[in-house]
Design a protein around this ligand. Structure first.
Ligand SMILES: NC(=O)c1ccc[n+]([C@@H]2O[C@H](COP(=O)([O-])OP(=O)(O)OC[C@H]3O[C@@H](n4cnc5c(N)ncnc54)[C@H](O)[C@@H]3O)[C@@H](O)[C@H]2O)c1
Ligand SMILES: O=c1ccn([C@@H]2O[C@H](COP(=O)(O)OP(=O)(O)O[C@H]3O[C@H](CO)[C@@H](O)[C@H](O)[C@H]3O)[C@@H](O)[C@H]2O)c(=O)[nH]1
Length: 340
């Protein structure tokens, strides 16, 4: 069985990917420092999988610890590198915290396994496109000046990986540019666990609907879009998780060498107001919301062209916005009934 190191494997996207890896016949080895996740997610994964996956609590910024890891778990065929800090607003307030964690962890990991013929998947983001000139945005669209230190870490990390490949390193690397991951596993045993007040739309909606927050503010209805609110490409986290399996399979092909990048979205844009309506319609739960001012730094509209990932990775998102909302709501109710 092929062993895959999953850094950040107890986090939102990482935990769902662990499930899909096992279903596809891989053996995941989870690395996490629990800086933005809960150890009980390991028990939840154990319930879903029927066995306890291997887990090591390691801070990837600790160079010596990562070297030890590479010695003790030397027989991996791939690494999926989720571990990073991801809150845009926090990165503006604490840029060094973000540059330190997102770069040290990446570089320590690449150095520790350097020389081994590994398949490496990197979690990038559609944030690298800023506001694209053409929609849907394709992978060859220009990377725009980053809007935040967080976005900058994704842009520079992609460059680091390309420079490393250009220097002849033995790795194969795929960067996946995620659009907006939402939703939760159908078991409602794993999902997104925002720490503090959620910054993202869907957890803010579910927390408001359950009564933890008073009201959702829709940030702006005067954008140049059909209903005036911003448009994003929301993707179900289980579809996103499956894209990582597809990326590994692609890299396992003899013919693939070097570096490649893919958009991972649905190819469809949905406005904030459409998300609000979809939540209320599919769950039957109404919540308080109102229109407020625009949020600084928001791009008006972005959705991805997924032709390349469909054709090359042979992967396509299958779940719709209603399923995303329904599963996010089941997860919110599950953790309200039984806090982790
Ligand atoms: N969620 C999104 O909207 C989104 C969009 C685009 C890209 N991404 C990227 O996808 C990846 C996963 O995102 P997520 O939403 O699952 O985030 P998450 O915070 O839920 O998961 C990240 C995990 O990494 C761990 N971690 C962080 N720093 C670490 C370190 N130094 N050593 C070991 N573990 C560490 C955290 O404890 C957490 O469990 C991140 O790289 C993120 O930037 C996320
Ligand atoms: O309370 C809220 C929260 C969000 N929004 C709007 O909802 C949309 C989506 O916002 P959010 O969920 O915060 O996602 P993005 O701002 O698109 O950013 C996410 O998606 C990017 C692309 O994947 C990642 O880079 C970021 O890390 C991740 O936070 C935007 O138009 C926001 O203005 C509201 O109207 N009210």
């Amino acid at each position: 069985m092929k062993k895959i190191l999953v850094t950040g494997g107890l986090g939102f996207i990482g935990s769902h990917t662990v499930v899909e890896l096992v279903q596809a016949g891989y053996e995941p080895v989870i690395i996490d420092d629990l800086s933005n996740s809960h150890i009980s997610i390991l028990d939840q994964l154990t319930t879903i999988l029927g066995f306890k996956p291997q887990f090591h609590q390691v801070d990837l910024c600790d160079e010596a610890a990562v070297k030890n890891l590479a010695t003790s778990i030397a027989d991996v065929t791939g690494i999926i590198h989720f571990a990073a800090f991801k809150a845009v607003g926090e990165s503006v307030a604490h840029p060094l915290k973000y540059y330190r964690n997102n770069f040290y962890s990446l570089i320590n990991l690449l150095n520790a396994y350097y020389g081994k013929p590994l398949n490496f998947v990197f979690s990038s983001s559609c944030t690298v496109y800023g506001q694209p000139d053409n929609l849907p945005v394709t992978e060859d669209a220009p990377v725009k000046a980053a809007q935040s230190p967080y976005g900058n870490t994704k842009q520079i990390a992609e460059e680091i990986l390309q420079d490393m490949i250009a220097s002849g390193a033995n790795y194969k690397v795929v960067s996946l540019r995620y659009f907006n991951p939402v939703g939760a596993h159908k078991s409602a045993l794993i999902g997104e666990l925002p720490i503090g007040v959620p910054q993202n739309l869907v957890p803010f909606i579910t927390q408001t609907a359950i009564g933890k927050r008073e009201k959702v503010t829709v940030f702006g209805n005067d954008y140049n879009t059909p209903d005036g609110s911003c448009i994003r490409d929301y993707i179900h986290v289980v579809d996103l998780a499956k894209a990582h399996v597809a990326a590994l399979k692609y890299m396992e092909e003899e013919s693939f060498k070097g570096y490649d990048v893919f958009n991972i979205g649905t190819g469809k844009g949905t406005s904030v107001l459409e998300v609000v309506n979809a939540f209320e319609r599919t769950t039957g739960v109404k919540f308080a919301w109102s229109i407020g001012p625009r949020r600084d730094g928001d791009v008006e509209q972005v959705w991805g062209d997924v032709t390349k990932s469909t054709e090359v990775l042979k992967w396509k998102a299958e779940l719709d916005v209603d399923t995303m909302m329904a599963s996010a709501w089941e997860w919110e109710k599950a953790i309200a009934n039984k806090p982790l």
